[in-house]
Ligand binder design. Structure first.
Ligand code: PMV
Length: 327
């Protein structure tokens, strides 16, 4: 059966940076994200008899090497669960340029999981889909759901899964993304976080802080307290980057423009334009704000020379199956 799925990207408010179990992708700390509306991967999968190899086409290019391998490994996992040995054709498109420095692995693996499992006739609930998606790319398990999503770290395969804390209509906060660099990062999240665990002397302190901040941010989400959500997200981002900076060899994902925007956001806040930043393993800055401040933040970002592109997102919904097949 040919099946197609669409999944949104997400941005973590409490980050995942390190695995307690490399094979199963169990994170060292539970983490929380919001799903991003409009930044999505659209993926069609069909398993066919008579094919010798999986075909993987992303954004119009047939994949080879490590990128293809990651997808094939994930298809192998799904084939194992479904007890199938059929090869697949996978065609996927990101509606945001993957060369724009935006991570597509979260939305990409979520869409792949939903489409491939449906294509093999597996009737799974979202929790089960998140357990499978997690093993393709950790952060992708959160993209199975829309809204505010927690990834519970768990101790073994089945109890490390994503859970929706609140849906996309619960509390409207926005993510304004300032793209400052378009190149793909030199050190992948996977390799970077493995180095951090091995070499960073601050690592366990950050994990403890993340667990405390997770409890605090859940309370702020419950109370719809944007100021607290923003403060905690910004603090956790800096704690994660502190462990990246103190990894050997050092992981400095920021560029001069990143630091400039960090400082500006803090100045804007002091002047009454309430906004907070968070940054993944890259130089681009996600600015969290309430809807009424989006226009002004966009206006100020447009004036900055180093900002190449600006994308503003509402909180997005669940991953879904679609009839809009790509082949
Ligand atoms: O799941 P990965 O390998 O894309 O790693 C995600 C790591 C961060 O984006 C830095 C944090 C997060 O929780 O999304």
């Amino acid at each position: 059966m040919k099946c197609t799925a669409i999944a949104n990207s997400n941005i973590a408010l409490i980050k995942y940076w390190g695995k307690a179990n490399d094979k199963l992708f169990l994170p060292t700390n539970s983490n929380i994200s919001i799903t991003l509306d409009g930044l999505n991967s659209h993926t069609t999968v069909e398993f066919l008899s008579g094919h010798k190899e999986d075909i993987v086409n992303i954004d119009g290019k047939n994949m080879e090497g490590e990128k293809r391998e990651k997808v094939v490994r994930h298809l192998n996992l799904i084939r194992n669960i479904a007890n199938s040995n059929l090869r697949a054709k996978v065609v996927s498109k990101n509606n945001f340029p993957s060369a724009a420095g935006m991570a597509s692995s979260a939305s990409g693996f979520a869409a792949l999981t939903v489409a491939a499992c449906a294509s093999l006739g597996m009737n799974l609930d979202k929790k089960q889909l998140s357990v499978i998606s997690r093993q393709g790319s950790g952060s992708s398990c959160r993209s199975i759901y829309g809204g505010y999503v927690e990834w519970i770290k768990g101790k073994q395969n089945e109890d490390s899964y994503a859970l929706q804390l609140a849906d996309e209509n619960y509390f409207d906060i926005r993510d304004i993304i300032a793209i400052v660099e378009q190149e793909e990062k030199k050190v992948s999240s996977r390799a970077g976080m493995a180095d951090t665990i091995k070499t960073c002397p601050l690592y366990s302190s950050r994990v403890n802080a993340a667990e405390e901040n997770l409890i605090k941010i859940k309370k702020s989400i419950k109370e719809k307290n944007f100021s607290e959500i923003g403060k905690i997200a910004e603090f956790d981002c800096l704690l994660m980057h502190a462990t990246m900076l103190t990894t050997l060899p050092s992981l400095i994902y920021w560029s001069p423009e990143t630091v400039r925007i960090i400082k500006l956001v803090q100045e804007w806040r002091e002047d009454g334009l309430e906004s907070y930043f968070t940054i993944d393993a890259g130089p681009n800055v996600h600015i969290l704000s309430l809807p009424e401040n989006v226009k002004e933040i966009e206006r100020r970002l447009k004036e900055l020379e180093g900002v190449r592109n600006i994308m503003s997102c509402k909180i997005g919904g669940d991953s879904t199956l679609s009839d809009n097949h790509l082949f």
